[in-house]
Design a protein around this ligand. Structure first.
Ligand SMILES: [Zn+2]
Length: 331
């Protein structure tokens, strides 16, 4: 059993470090959300400084964590940050404990560092080492505390990785693996039977997408689309039933009401340089890479357009991604 407090650094009116179209506060929260999702089912109790884009003082963070602490069992405070520096070549991963750390903080830093630094070095980024500093959240938290700096938003290569959902997933998985190593936390066995490939229908639960269903049932996203004409993949509702086709792509034999003809696709929106746009939920970038989830919540400017390839970014001119114009919504 572990009680884990997650502290996504910055937020609200404080973006933290910025660079290459990234705001540190978004990266920090994305890491927290991914760790939270991965800890589902584990014997871990969670608390957090913020769940959304809230402005919080450092004192508010440590006061809340200290008030949340109970009993003598394992507690850990993890503060998520990303770095920024005037020299854009500075890159890589580092983490911190206090200058006079508790032994348990040092052990937790060791465990998490070993896993997370390996992800960064695998991608050619620097391992900047295990460090100590007199940071407020490390000094004032009354239980073991570690602060992670998951790369530099000011470094173009680090930033490119931090914009990829798959990279954030790798970092979150490494953090969870560090917790498994240190505390021996386990996933409780679930009674849910494994789904069969042709189970007919699936009731949408939180977080389900056509993409996740395709992986779960071993069919392609296109097959699911074809089996569900008229269902907007971007607007799935919890509790909604979608049909899961057989692996060869044919819809399941016991058909629900006759499928409605698919609505005529709307013509691609006319996006011009300077247009204000949002990225469609779940869309990938122009090269097919997954985007970090916070990208879908933001409004960007179309900075450059060549054919169907639209470079989007902040109005300051900082580039975030290149996206197919069909994956953009004019706002
Ligand atoms: Zn920070």
């Amino acid at each position: 059993m572990l009680r884990l407090w997650q502290d996504a650094g910055h937020g609200g009116s404080d973006p933290g470090a910025t660079g290459n179209g990234l705001r540190e506060k978004d990266v920090n929260l994305a890491i927290q959300q991914k760790v939270t999702a991965r800890l589902k089912g584990y014997n871990v109790e969670l608390g957090q400084s913020r769940t959304g884009d809230a402005t919080l003082s450092l004192t508010a963070r440590t006061n809340a964590a200290n008030a949340w602490q109970k009993g003598t069992g394992n507690h850990l405070f993890l503060s998520y940050h990303a770095n920024g520096f005037t020299d854009p070549t500075a890159n890589g991963y580092e983490d911190f404990v206090h200058t006079t750390p508790a032994a348990a903080s040092v052990k937790a830093q060791d465990a998490i560092h070993r896993r997370v630094a390996a992800v960064f070095t695998k991608h050619g980024r620097r391992n900047r080492g295990k460090k100590r500093a007199n940071f407020h959240v490390l000094r004032e938290t009354k239980f073991p505390a570690v602060l992670l700096e998951v790369g530099f938003v000011t470094n173009p290569q680090d930033a490119a990785l931090l914009k990829q959902d798959s990279f954030l997933d790798e970092v979150a998985a490494a953090i969870v693996q560090g917790l498994v190593d240190m505390y021996g936390i386990k996933k409780a066995a679930t009674a849910t039977p494994a789904p069969t490939p042709s189970s007919g229908t699936h009731t949408i639960a939180s977080g389900d997408t056509f993409w996740s269903l395709s992986r779960r049932y071993g069919v392609t996203v296109d097959d699911i689309r074809r089996a569900n004409p008229g269902v907007d993949a971007a607007r799935l509702q919890i509790g909604q039933e979608v049909r899961i086709p057989l692996k060869d792509g044919t819809p399941p034999p016991k058909a629900a009401p006759a499928p409605k003809p698919a609505p005529k696709p709307k013509p691609a929106p006319t996006i011009r340089a300077g247009s204000r746009v949002k990225v469609k939920q779940g869309a990938r970038d122009f090269n097919g890479n997954r985007l970090a989830s916070f990208v879908y919540g933001m409004t960007y400017s179309a900075l450059q357009i060549s054919g169907d390839r639209v470079v989007i970014g902040l109005s300051s001119g900082q580039i975030t991604a290149a996206v197919h114009r069909n994956n953009l919504i004019l706002v």
